[in-house]
Design a binder for this molecule. Structure first.
Ligand code: FAD
Length: 344
């Protein structure tokens, strides 16, 4: 008989669970209901945490100041203690940077096995976990006999668990952790300036910039600086995440960054040799929409593009709406409307 443990952790405020943790809870509840097996939730947090009410299962937690910051030794010890207390055969956890770093080690300590980048869990008689391989071209369905089986779930693949506000608060059982000698001291976190944070996995919109922004425009001028201001202005006003085509990020390569649009790095690249982000909507501007790029839009539900070229790839079935227009003019107008809306 299987039993499921969902490992979760607090967000940077320390007072609530992260969204990927809530997504893992949804996935776990779905799985345990389908299999008709027991389920528990394990929480790693520095102190008391606001848990969604009406969780239909046991909640066990480790807490203490040592768990306020991500650190291999403490996070691995916390997850190990939660697993030893619950003895699950299946462990689900969000693929956050915090848990991705420790979970293979935790699986090893428990004599278990692990699979990562899981996007779906199916099956009635057995458990079938899916993940994508070869740049999202092949979907693998994995089954295993070995237990405990750890599954790290990719963010954005399940709806976040929402609670019934009228239900009574859940009770939490505290689990003791014997911490090893700590050699790592977390002295603080340095975050890049707000403008530099262009990759926002939780954003509703992905804005993709193409090489057209830096090409000679119909007036004979290259307007890269203006392009940079328009793109950053839009990101600030809309909260969108920034993607790029390969051609654009390749410009200025080898000089320690992109010399044309300095806020772009290869981390922004979307496509066959880049990322495959998950956002409900996408808007491409000054990008041609060629197949090696658009393959990275696989998980973008609603797609729009702005291009001067009526024969670009987007118009050939790759986007829902294509504006044949000058992106400099369109985005200047969009930024103007967003500014007016935020003032009112
Ligand atoms: C093996 C392989 C892997 C690859 N992997 C990737 C990948 O991961 N990601 C990726 O992106 N590419 C990838 N490519 C490259 C890909 O094939 C294209 O070359 C690239 O995506 C083109 O980038 P682009 O559309 O930005 O530039 P371009 O093809 O130069 O297109 C620029 C577009 O901007 C438009 N434009 C110009 N000015 C304006 C304006 N003012 N307003 C509106 N539109 C304007 C032009 O009409 C044009 O359509 C790969 C290629 C290969 C062979």
């Amino acid at each position: 008989m299987e039993s499921v443990l969902i490992l979760t952790h607090a967000d940077e405020t320390g007072a609530a669970l992260t969204k990927p943790s809530l997504e893992a809870i949804s996935a776990g509840l779905e799985l345990s209901t389908r299999l008709g097996v027991s389920i528990a939730i394990g929480v790693v947090a520095p102190g008391p945490i606001a848990l969604p009410k009406s969780l239909p299962c046991a909640v066990v937690a480790v807490s203490g100041e040592a768990f306020a910051q991500p650190r291999y030794a403490t996070d691995a010890a916390a997850c190990e203690a939660l697993c030893r207390a619950q003895k699950p055969s299946i462990v689900l956890a969000p693929a956050s940077s915090r848990f991705t770093r420790v979970m293979a080690g935790v699986a090893h300590r428990l004599g278990g096995v692990i699979d990562t980048h899981i996007t779906a869990i199916r099956g009635h008689a057995g458990i079938e976990a899916s993940r994508w391989l070869y740049r999202q071209r092949i979907e693998a369905v994995i089954t295993r006999d070995a237990r405990p089986w750890f599954l790290l779930l990719d963010a954005g693949t399940h709806a976040a668990f929402t609670a019934d506000p009228s239900a009574p608060a859940v009770t939490i059982e505290k689990i003791h952790v014997d911490l090893p000698a700590l050699r790592t001291t977390v002295t603080g976190i340095e975050t890049p300036k707000q403008d530099a944070l262009t990759i926002r996995p939780d954003a509703k919109l992905l804005f993709v910039a193409g090489a057209g922004w830096t090409k000679k425009q119909p007036d004979g001028q290259v307007r890269a600086q203006e392009a940079g201001e328009l793109i950053l202005g839009f990101l600030r006003a809309s909260g969108a995440s920034l993607g790029s085509s390969k051609s654009l990020v390749d410009q200025g390569e080898g000089q320690g960054g992109n010399s044309v649009l300095p806020f772009l790095t290869h981390m922004n690249q979307v496509g066959q040799t880049g990322a495959t982000p998950r956002h409900p909507k996408g808007l491409a501007a000054c990008c041609h929409g060629e197949e090696p790029h658009v393959i990275g839009w696989r998980f973008i539900a609603e797609r729009r593009a702005i291009s001067l070229d009526p024969n670009c790839g987007w118009t050939r079935g790759k986007a829902d709406v294509v504006y044949i227009a000058d992106a400099f003019r369109v985005m200047a107008k969009v930024n103007e409307l967003l500014a007016a809306r935020s003032q009112s």
